[in-house]
Design a protein around this ligand. Structure first.
Ligand code: PMV
Length: 328
């Protein structure tokens, strides 16, 4: 009863921010993303009757039972056990091929890989939509990493969340884009996305107005993807990102994910665009900036970003595959 799966991270171009149900992790609105080849999590799950608790190792280090990270994974395994009707604990080995410590989102690739490996190890064969529903329980953005290329997440309308899952919009070969992650100096202690969303939803006067823009942004972004309209996709992505962060900053107390380098990168990207480079940026619940360009502009983009003080590292990703099983 074991299986190994690989899933890639993804970056939202129309952001998910806010939950309509916290227990089931249901989003207030949809979102749209690109799965990032190169930023991968590989996870092996082995259900073993002799274990007395779940044994989890992350990048070779064992997670302490009772720690937040261990509990999140054990709770997720409980969902799989309940569904499959098994009681064994599991040994889980998970590893990221990108620096977890750099604060890059690993929950999307992590829970997508765990959903696929754990269900297979439990003897289940789920459809992609069912896997996406399951991955969503671990992390909202993980629902999108089940699919390769561009994916669109639906908020769904059902109370049980069975229609709140992602679907594929266009495969990784559809559009030869690059996404360069500008890893900026770490700022203050991070606010988790769940904490940031909750505070924004509960206290920010800008949350509702922003949430009302999401459906129209998704429709435009979908059209931009279908027609490979880079300028349109960039316009939608930047306003979705800035609107999401504006709503978070207007919470009480304000949630600020950016550091000075984050803002410097935003300005440099806009200046380079005025100078003729085809690029746009987006930022998640952290200080790093993800900058998109058509593949042919990659070296020009790298040289813009590498000249910025405070940018510590550049990680280049291309459109990636959906979650899949590996021979173990
Ligand atoms: O999947 P979560 O709960 O870590 O939330 C992701 C939130 C953002 O990354 C900011 C936006 C998104 O859609 O991925």
């Amino acid at each position: 009863m074991h299986a190994t799966a690989l899933a890639h991270s993804n970056i939202a171009l129309v952001k998910y921010w806010g939950k309509r149900d916290r227990a089931l992790n249901l989003p207030v609105a949809g979102s749209l993303s690109l799965t990032l080849g190169g930023l991968a999590t590989t996870t092996t799950v082995h259900f073993r009757p002799e274990l007395e608790s779940d044994l989890v190792s992350l990048d070779g280090r064992e997670l302490r039972p009772g720690s937040v990270a261990h509990r999140r994974i054990a709770d997720f395994l409980d969902l799989v056990r309940n569904d499959a009707g098994i009681t064994s604990f599991a040994e889980v080995e998970t590893a990221n091929n990108f620096p977890t410590a750099a604060g890059l989102a690993s929950s999307a690739s992590g829970f997508a890989a765990l959903a696929l490996a754990a269900t297979h190890a439990a003897g289940q064969q789920l459809t992609d939509a069912q896997l996406s529903v399951l991955a969503r329980r671990g992390s909202g953005s993980a629902a999108r990493s089940i699919f390769g290329g561009f994916a669109e997440m639906s908020a769904g309308t059902r109370a049980d969340g069975r229609d709140a899952h992602a679907r594929a919009l266009a495969g990784p070969e559809h559009w030869d884009l690059r996404c360069v992650v500008a890893v900026t100096t770490q700022g203050e202690k991070d606010v988790s996305s769940t904490e940031g969303m909750t505070r924004t939803q509960e206290t920010s006067p800008l949350f509702e107005p922003w949430a009302r823009t999401v459906d129209a942004d998704i429709a435009q972004a979908r059209h931009a993807v279908e027609t490979r309209d880079f300028a349109l996709l960039g316009r939608v992505a930047e306003r979705s990102c800035l609107g999401m962060h504006a709503s978070a900053m207007a919470a009480d107390p304000g949630v600020i994910y950016w550091n000075p380098t984050t803002i410097e990168v935003i300005h440099r990207v806009r200046r380079a665009r005025r100078d003729g480079l085809q690029i746009f940026f987006t930022i998640d619940a952290g200080p790093h900036v993800k900058v998109f360009c058509p593949a042919r502009e990659l070296s020009a983009l790298r040289s813009v970003l590498s000249q910025i003080d405070g940018v510590n590292d550049l990680i280049v990703a291309r459109p990636g595959q959906g979650a899949h099983l590996l021979e173990s």
